[in-house]
Design a protein around this ligand. Structure first.
Ligand code: PLP
Length: 368
């Protein structure tokens, strides 16, 4: 069972809102809300006041139009292809324009269709992924007709190293972005500005501008490396025990006979394996909690199942069947798991999306 606590996600959003002290707070719910369910998460965030949502692709954003309230502002982050303009305009989606050619196409589509559809513009201040380079941005600012034809409502950039508080690029990007806001702000006085992702919010007020764009922190990933996690945990993943066996002789366990356990050992076989993304989620040797006791997996993880050595438990086998082994919970946190497995909280979350787990959403307790 994958249990997703929507009220914890709401509390996390409200916490970021209070840290933002007046800045707007969007919800980044791309990649199906990092695997947790864009529909459920998006609507829970909407219920506490979130009105702006970021998606990666047009397909994700179009799907969201069906489940998000019609007054939700939906941004598409991942760049758009020439020819997508009409679809975006018809569906009231706001593209994040990342190149001069995309900006020109948007202006042209507005003219051809007689629209005044708005867009966000992204600039590259040091991450070198999506966005206009500074020289391109300056040339755009020198072309007032183009600028007005695009109808920009948001200027944004993205931080490359926000999770490393002391990294010099954080200040460089902030300065560079602040200069751009001054340049374009004199031309478009109503334009809003956005720089900070989850970790960027914790760098301080100079990084906040008008709109915060948290994703990971909403889902319980620690935004402040090497500090205690200010966010509430959101997830519990527990795997049901499908078979319990007691060895009556020393035996090799699983594919490749990589491990043996002695006579008398007990094994629980749980549903969930690498086809569920568990190797990315939990590492190749998962740990779990069963009835409050730490247990370790044994042998190689299979495609659909994983075995745990439960010799230390004294419950009778009949009682164990039907129980579940917790593999993500507040003790086995995203932070603990990502450190143990040299992965990222982001990767753990998005890998959960592949899992065939039944899902349970704990209803949001906040209703706006
Ligand atoms: C994914 C993404 C975010 C959210 O980042 P987190 O680190 O998950 O908070 C914000 N802005 C952009 C442009 C993104 O691509």
């Amino acid at each position: 069972m994958l249990t997703i606590d929507l009220s914890a996600i709401q509390s996390n959003w409200l916490k970021l809102q209070s840290i933002g002290a007046g800045a707007g707070v969007a919800g980044v719910i791309k990649a199906n809300a990092y695997g947790l369910g864009a529909d459920q998460v998006g609507n829970a965030l909407y219920a506490v006041g979130c009105r702006e949502f970021f998606f990666a692709s047009i397909d994700e954003a179009l799907a969201a139009r069906a489940f998000l309230s019609s007054d939700a502002i939906i941004y598409v982050l991942g760049g758009i292809r020439a020819g997508d303009e009409r679809l975006l305009m018809e569906s009231n989606l706001t593209p994040v324009l990342c190149s001069l050619s995309a900006i020109n196409s948007w202006a042209e589509a507005n003219a051809v269709l007689g629209c005044n559809a708005s867009a966000a513009i992204k600039i590259n201040t040091g991450m070198t992924r999506f966005g206009l380079d500074l020289r391109e941005f300056e040339s755009l600012c020198g072309n007032q007709n183009l600028l007005h034809a695009v109808n920009p409502v948001l200027l944004m950039s993205h931080l490359a190293c926000a999770d490393e508080r002391g990294h010099p690029l954080n200040s460089q990007q902030q300065h560079s972005f602040a200069n751009c806001t001054k340049l374009i702000g004199s031309l478009l006085p109503n334009l809003r500005f956005s720089l900070a992702n989850s970790s960027g919010i914790f760098l301080g007020a100079p990084w906040h501008f008008d709109l915060l764009r948290p994703g990971a922190a909403l889902y319980g990933v620690n935004p402040v490396q090497n500090d205690s996690n200010p966010m509430l945990p959101v997830l519990r993943l527990s795997l049901p025990i499908m078979q319990v066996r007691k060895l009556d002789a020393t035996a090799a366990i699983g594919y490749g006979s990589s491990t043996t356990l002695p006579d008398g050992a007990r094994i629980a076989v749980v549903a969930g394996g690498y086809a569920d993304g568990l190797h990315r989620t939990l590492g190749l040797q998962p740990e779990g909690y069963l009835n409050g006791k730490l247990v370790r997996s044994v042998g190689r993880m299979s495609m659909d199942s994983t075995m745990f050595d439960i010799s230390s438990l004294d419950l009778p086998s009949e009682q164990l069947l039907g129980l579940e082994i917790d593999v993500i919970n507040p003790l086995l946190s995203l932070e603990y798991l990502s450190k143990k497995n040299a992965s990222l909280g982001y990767e753990i979350l998005t890998s959960l999306g592949a899992g065939r787990y039944p899902r349970e959403y704990l209803a949001g307790s906040h209703n706006g």
